[in-house]
Write a protein that binds this ligand. Structure first.
Ligand SMILES: *Cc1c(COP(=O)(O)O)cnc(C)c1O
Length: 436
């Protein structure tokens, strides 16, 4: 009986997950309050205004305890703007993890800069502080830090390096809204932070992004770059407001310096304001559920939680796209790929090996000639050639062997979570059956 129940589903046994998962994965959670807020914008015809966005900005800045917040149509544009605000320009370099979503750094190319990719730490999947300093050159303008899958990057070490070399730090908080590093909120360490709030993220609005800073200069540059109507000039949608005080930037008022239009659709701002009132409670439910999952798997061979120690004061925020860490040697060398295949057979069809693919080997950062200059864009603006081939970032390049996806529970429902954890435990404990 026991033997039969334990037989791997991949080998013809019963599935470990047979419970009804209900709405435990449904996201975002849309309430009547959200609907009313969005309808109000539609009924007022206020989609292209800025009144709701400004309220959202104030509330978001207050939530993070920061002076300034600026809304964007998506996280990609918030990051582009943050880089430009920090002075990233032609011939410069930014340092970025290679194992991240492309939007963390790709727009550096559109500013005429190169991306100098650094490796990640195997336990955090975030930028390895030991792989940063030797990459800093005279033209390095910014270090982009990603709190990958919610795990807080080692901000003490990274900030110390950045301050020593007078390089800006841009935090990409797209995976980690509300997360803490040693008790302090992520996104408050760097010179500026930018984040996605697209529908799938932990803080989910729709297509939306936010930039946050304490530095007036960076805020003014971001407004001048893509908010032509918020520079202090009256427009159809806005009364004149003196956002910008720097004389040089004021010279350009009325036409966005970047040629970009970065105004957010206010149906999203309205949705975001409601999300913020609910987020602390939603995030808590996620943290309770995800920590329960990993507590159930404590000590299982081959599997490690991707989360900071409970006593560290650091948290995983909304646990966006959560991962587990895989140690094949403890499972007789069973590949992460085969392990995931077996877990899928147990009844969770969304477990895959890896996370984001490394960017440094991608043709966009090797050969792409975006501006028809007859040369790869990585070197066509006088940048140092910092392109790197296979084998240069070993941890990033083996991500498919050391990390795997786990269920992203939005509620703490013990019976369901126990069933899913049971699937991972079962495959790990019976790994030998897959090797034979
Ligand atoms: C989602 C994401 C972005 C991009 O945000 P969009 O809102 O999709 O443009 C940037 N960085 C990371 C790490 C992301 O996961």
């Amino acid at each position: 009986m026991t033997v039969k129940a334990n037989k791997l589903a991949l080998l013809g046994g019963p599935k470990a997950v047979s419970v009804d998962c209900g709405d435990i994965f449904a996201w975002p959670i849309v309430t009547r309050e959200h609907e009313e807020a969005v309808l109000d914008v539609l009924r007022r015809g206020a989609m292209s205004g800025s009144d709701v966005s400004k309220q959202f900005e104030q509330e978001w800045a207050a939530y993070m305890g920061m002076k300034y917040a600026l809304t964007f149509p998506n996280g990609t544009e918030a990051l582009r703007s943050a880089m430009w605000a920090c002075g990233v320009g032609a011939g410069d370099e930014v340092i970025s993890p290679s194992m991240t979503y492309w939007a963390s750094c790709t727009s550096a190319l559109t500013l005429g800069a190169a991306v100098n990719f650094a490796d990640i730490e195997p336990h955090s999947l975030c930028l390895d502080p030991a792989d940063i300093e030797h990459r800093i050159g005279p033209r390095t303008r910014a270090i982009i830090v990603v709190h990958y899958a919610g795990y807080p990057a080692d901000m003490d070490a990274i900030m110390a390096i950045a301050r020593k070399h007078k390089v800006r730090v841009i935090e990409d908080v797209s995976h980690a809204h509300g997360g803490l590093y040693k008790g302090r909120m992520l996104g408050t360490f760097g010179d500026v932070s930018a984040m996605s709030m697209m529908s799938g993220k932990g803080f989910a609005v729709g297509e939306a992004g936010m930039m946050v800073t304490n530095e007036r200069h960076l805020m003014e540059r971001s407004i001048a770059y893509g908010f032509y109507e918020r520079t202090g000039v009256a427009s159809r949608f806005n009364a004149a407001e003196s956002y910008i005080t720097e004389p040089e930037l004021l010279t350009y008022a009325g036409v966005p310096l970047g040629g970009y239009k970065h105004r957010m659709n206010q149906t999203c701002s309205a949705f975001g304001r409601v999300q913020l009132t609910q987020y602390p409670q939603r995030m808590q439910a996620i943290q309770d559920g995800m920590n329960r999952f990993w507590d159930l798997l404590e000590g299982v061979p081959g599997l490690r939680a991707h989360r900071p120690a409970k006593t560290s004061g650091s948290t995983m925020g909304g646990w966006y796209s959560p991962r587990g860490l895989y140690v094949a040697e403890e499972l007789g060398g069973l590949s992460c790929e085969k392990f995931c295949e077996a877990v899928r057979a147990e009844g969770f069809d969304q477990t895959w090996p890896g996370a984001n693919g490394p960017l440094h080997l991608h043709p966009v950062f090797q050969t792409a000639d975006i501006f028809n200059m007859g040369k790869p864009t990585m070197i066509s603006f006088g940048q140092r050639d910092v392109r790197q081939g296979p084998g240069t970032l070993p941890v990033s390049e083996k991500i498919g062997a050391i990390a795997f996806g786990i269920p992203w529970f939005k509620h703490d429902r013990p019976e369901i979570i126990k069933a899913y954890a049971g699937a991972y435990r079962k495959v790990a404990e019976r790994a030998n059956d897959l090797i034979a």
